[in-house]
Design a protein around this ligand. Structure first.
Ligand SMILES: NC(=O)c1ccc[n+]([C@@H]2O[C@H](COP(=O)([O-])OP(=O)(O)OC[C@H]3O[C@@H](n4cnc5c(N)ncnc54)[C@H](OP(=O)(O)O)[C@@H]3O)[C@@H](O)[C@H]2O)c1
Length: 141
């Protein structure tokens, strides 16, 4: 019983952002974080999946933000929403990603650009653009 109470409040008051939070590992993590007391912003491209995920999590202590991590303007908008609503980030799970495999001889430039724009560019700028909100959490501003 005591262990269960501790689990529930482990993330109490924490603000988390989970990219790719509308399905799979990201959604499972969002559910867990909310159950442990965090407020969670989930981001993804498919609005219908975002809406369904918010509903599945329970519509409390969760917001869905439509954002493509490979689009810098979308990331700026995501963190502007977080900053406006919560003023900081304590936890970032940069989870959004795509996996499409092809044999070396069949990789096209379009395939390469798609994978790298999400998994490399998207990952790097998801973290870089969040720095400001992390500094606010650490009260460095
Ligand atoms: N499952 C595995 O075995 C495994 C193994 C190694 C690595 N991973 C990595 O772990 C992460 C989660 O995997 P998963 O199995 O949970 O995959 P998943 O169910 O396909 O989830 C991927 C998530 O990323 C989002 N996403 C994809 N591209 C995006 C973009 N450009 N901008 C914003 N969101 C984007 C998707 O939402 P939208 O489509 O709505 O944008 C979705 O919510 C991925 O990065 C995956 O590559 C998974």
């Amino acid at each position: 019983m005591i262990a269960e109470e501790k689990k529930v409040s482990k993330l109490k008051g924490k603000v988390a952002v989970i990219t790719g939070g509308n399905s799979g590992i990201g959604l499972a993590t969002a559910q867990r974080f909310v159950s442990e007391g965090a407020y969670v912003f989930i981001a993804g491209r498919r609005q219908s999946e975002l809406d369904a995920a918010v509903k599945q999590i329970g519509e409390k202590n969760v917001s869905g933000v439509h954002a493509d991590v490979s689009n810098i303007a979308d990331l700026d908008r995501l963190y502007a929403v977080v900053e406006e609503q919560k003023g900081r980030i304590d936890i970032l799970f940069a989870n959004a990603g795509v996996s499409e495999f092809a044999p070396l001889g069949k990789i096209t430039e379009a395939h390469f650009d798609k994978i790298f724009s999400v998994n490399v560019k998207g990952l790097l700028f998801s973290v870089q653009k969040a720095l400001h909100c992390f500094m606010m959490a650490a009260q460095l501003f």
